[in-house]
Design a protein around this ligand. Structure first.
Ligand code: ARG
Length: 433
């Protein structure tokens, strides 16, 4: 007999459902935690399901308030992404799921921490990094790395053998992860990058998820986002808690043609994967923050903004939330975001763009930007500027044998591919039929 207490991050899906009887078979006392990260599911009903499968206790833990106080505003304010395209939905939530498990384990006076992530993805790393950082005293068990099951069908067969047969969709094509920030869709046709992808068909499969059932898709063609210290505080002049704003934008624009991103990403485990991420609120709010940053930060500070956003995105993606580097990056984030105050009108058709930026402390000067006469700017000043800037940034001319005619030199990146290219007649677009 094992009789050890364990705390399982239970989602109600196939994997964690198979884990419950599997643990009981190994004489564990199972305590399920259903962490509310904004997924649209009946969590109380899922608690019932865990109990009916033999869990000793099952509780809901609400991680949303903590997420909306910490990681979500920072991810928006920094316009943080991973590899420039993935807006981080799953990565934002995992540390908070782990935290809720650890809190439950402490309540129980210690327990083994269990997650249902496979050995192929990033989620196992995110869970286990958090466990190690916060609760090094707790043993960890990841059934996917231990059991003999090889895939989903094995899990269904196992559950059936335990008498839980009719609860699972056997042939779900996609692996989905839903929270307040996004719905991720992976697997199925996305796994083959050589197959010509039809994203519309994938979207049809998940049309009722992530606010889809509540309608939406026909919201106003523009929204004005007011940000304070980089954090959205009002929409169209109406003050609103961030959580309400994110959920409202997600529900309203869930079906908009620009609501999703198709991403090929490099997982931490070395596997390349392709996914569709539905995240309209993230897109609108991050583009608004970035527009404000471009308007309010000088060039070196905007460069830092990009670097810090990328650093935050990468560390979150890699599961380094509970780390010194996250604390460091967030202190830079605070400084950078403190300049981002104002209202950005986002035009949403045909795709989101910052149409108007009313910043409290703008550095954008139309009197200088203008192609017309400026009183504060002399064209002559540029002469000396260019002389000195050239000296410090290039400083060597072709009199020293450098930079000969690039065609003559024949050592261009594409010279072997492009060769002698015929030019279209009559400019870029030929007028002749
Ligand atoms: N590829 C994304 C990430 O690593 C999404 C992962 C979704 N997880 C899942 N269990 N379906 O953040």
């Amino acid at each position: 007999m094992n009789d050890e207490r364990c705390v399982l991050a239970y989602s109600g899906g196939l994997d964690t459902s198979a884990i419950v009887p599997w643990l009981i078979d190994r004489a564990y006392e199972v305590h399920a935690v259903l962490v509310d990260v904004g997924q649209e599911e009946d969590l109380a009903a899922l608690c019932g399901k865990a109990l009916s499968m033999g869990a000793r206790t099952a509780r809901v833990a609400d991680a949303r308030p903590a997420m909306f106080k910490t990681v979500i505003p920072t991810a928006i304010g920094l316009a943080a992404t991973y590899e420039g395209t993935y807006r981080l939905g799953t990565a934002l939530a995992r540390p908070f799921i782990a935290l809720a498990q650890i809190q439950r384990a402490r309540e129980l006076g210690g327990a083994t921490l269990i997650h249902g992530a496979t050995g192929k993805g990033n989620d196992q790393i995110r869970f286990e990094f958090a466990y190690r950082s916060l609760a090094p005293e707790c043993p960890v068990l990841a059934p996917w790395k231990t059991w003999a099951f090889g895939g989903r069908q094995d899990l269904v067969d196992y559950l059936r053998s335990k008498g839980f047969e009719d609860r699972y969709e056997v042939t779900k094509d996609f692996s989905l992860d839903e929270n307040l920030w996004h719905l991720s869709v992976e697997g199925g046709p996305l796994e083959d990058a050589t197959a010509c992808l039809d994203v519309e068909r994938i979207l049809e499969n998940v049309a009722d998820r992530f606010g889809g059932a509540k309608g939406g898709g026909k919201g106003p063609a523009s929204v004005a986002i007011t940000l304070e210290k980089g954090v959205p505080v009002a929409i169209d002049g109406q003050a609103m808690p961030l959580a309400d704003m994110v959920s409202r934008l997600n529900v309203t624009y869930r079906h908009a043609p620009w609501a999703w991103d198709l991403v090929i990403e490099n997982r931490y485990t070395g596997i390349k994967s392709r996914g569709v991420y539905i995240n309209p609120a993230a897109k609108v709010l991050q583009l608004a923050a970035d527009a404000l940053a471009r308007t309010c930060l000088n060039k070196p500070m905007y460069d830092r903004y990009v670097d810090v956003g990328a650093a935050y995105g990468t560390l979150l993606y890699r599961g380094e939330y509970f780390s010194d580097q996250r604390v460091l990056v967030e202190s830079s984030a605070r400084e950078l975001m403190s300049r981002l105050n104002g209202t950005v009108t986002m035009q949403l058709e045909p795709q989101p763009y910052a149409a108007q930026i009313l910043a409290a402390q703008p550095m954008f000067r139309k009197d200088i930007a203008t192609f017309e006469r400026s009183t504060d700017y002399s064209h002559q000043d540029a002469e000396g500027f260019i002389r000195l800037a050239w000296l410090s940034t290039i400083g060597r001319s072709s009199t020293e044998g450098a930079y000969a005619d690039p065609v003559e030199a024949g050592i261009n990146v594409a010279s072997d591919v492009c060769g002698d290219q015929p030019m279209p007649a009559g400019g870029l677009v030929s007028s002749k039929a």
